[in-house]
Design a protein around this ligand. Structure first.
Ligand SMILES: Nc1nc2c(ncn2[C@@H]2O[C@H](COP(=O)(O)OP(=O)(O)O)[C@@H](O)[C@H]2O)c(=O)[nH]1
Ligand SMILES: [Mg+2]
Length: 252
């Protein structure tokens, strides 16, 4: 009598990886796609969804940070020639092609070799953007902690303070944290926290992949937390693009 051998049971399929806050945030940032690039504020399209602006000195690590957060090597061109990225670049974010937020990469400031006229023009463009962009809901300020916040960063903080007081979200990212030892990192963090005026501060390192999860999740929460949807308009009533004659010095 022959015995039938039962077929070996198929190995169990691996369960789909459970979505974690970290994977949800990084999946969302990975959807980043180029939207538009504009040399001046008034060429930017009016957009309804929240906009998160990345700002910082030239060479602060801004392009690297955006590329790593979005996992796209060339999204924000990591320029070897600081000061070259002189447009406001917008990137759409959102699953299934439905844009639910926009990232804005602003021109880096403070690069000494840029002609003075160009510096004035770009600082003006940036100041107008920060004061009047209607859907601007959050700012990420990139800073190399070995330099700390400079005069130009302070001017930027002064410019955005009224909007931060009205609910604009604010994060200082201390880049290149791999260049600091533990006590230097702690010191840099506590100094920046004092300067952040209630905003968040996080350490970030591209080669060590430090801070990526923390920054990604905060950005995701900014856009998707329930109170973001019900937030009141962030632009003061009296502010309009025409009235924003913002002047900032070009000392740096
Ligand atoms: N050690 C280190 N270098 C970094 C880090 N992020 C950026 N850099 C370097 O800093 C320089 C300026 O970076 P970039 O992203 O182009 O700065 P941006 O001018 O602010 O856009 C480049 O040489 C980068 O490779 C980091 O986390 N650690
Ligand atoms: Mg850059």
């Amino acid at each position: 009598m022959t015995t039938k051998h039962a077929r070996p049971a198929a190995p169990p399929r691996p369960a789909a990886a459970a979505a974690t806050p970290s994977s949800i945030a990084s999946g969302w940032l990975h959807t980043a796609r180029f939207l538009t690039s504009a040399p001046e504020l008034h060429f930017l399209p009016e957009i309804e969804v929240p906009e998160i602006a990345f700002v910082g000195r030239s060479n602060s690590g801004k392009s690297t940070c955006i590329n790593i957060l979005t996992q796209q090597k060339q999204l924000a061109f990591a320029s070897r020639k600081p000061g070259r990225t002189q447009h406001i670049n917008l990137f759409s974010l959102g699953k299934q092609g439905v844009t639910d937020a926009v990232l804005a990469d602003l021109p880096g400031y403070g690069y000494a070799a840029v002609p003075r006229q160009d510096k004035i023009r770009w600082q003006q463009v940036m100041a107008n953007y920060l004061v009047t962009r209607k859907n601007l809901s959050a700012i990420v300020l990139l800073c190399d902690p070995r330099r700390g916040l400079t005069d130009l960063d302070d001017i930027l903080l002064d410019l955005i303070r009224p909007r931060v007081e009205e609910g604009l979200k604010f994060l200082i990212v201390l880049t290149k944290a791999d260049k600091l030892n533990r006590s230097e990192s702690e010191k840099a963090l506590s100094i920046a926290k004092l300067q952040a005026g209630g905003g968040d501060v996080m350490l970030f390192s591209a080669p060590k992949r430090k801070g990526i999860d923390e920054v990604s999740q905060l950005l995701w929460q900014w856009v998707h937390s329930s109170d973001a949807a019900s937030a009141k308009p962030l632009v003061p009533e009296e502010a309009s693009e025409e009235s924003a004659a913002v002047s900032i010095p070009v000392s740096d």
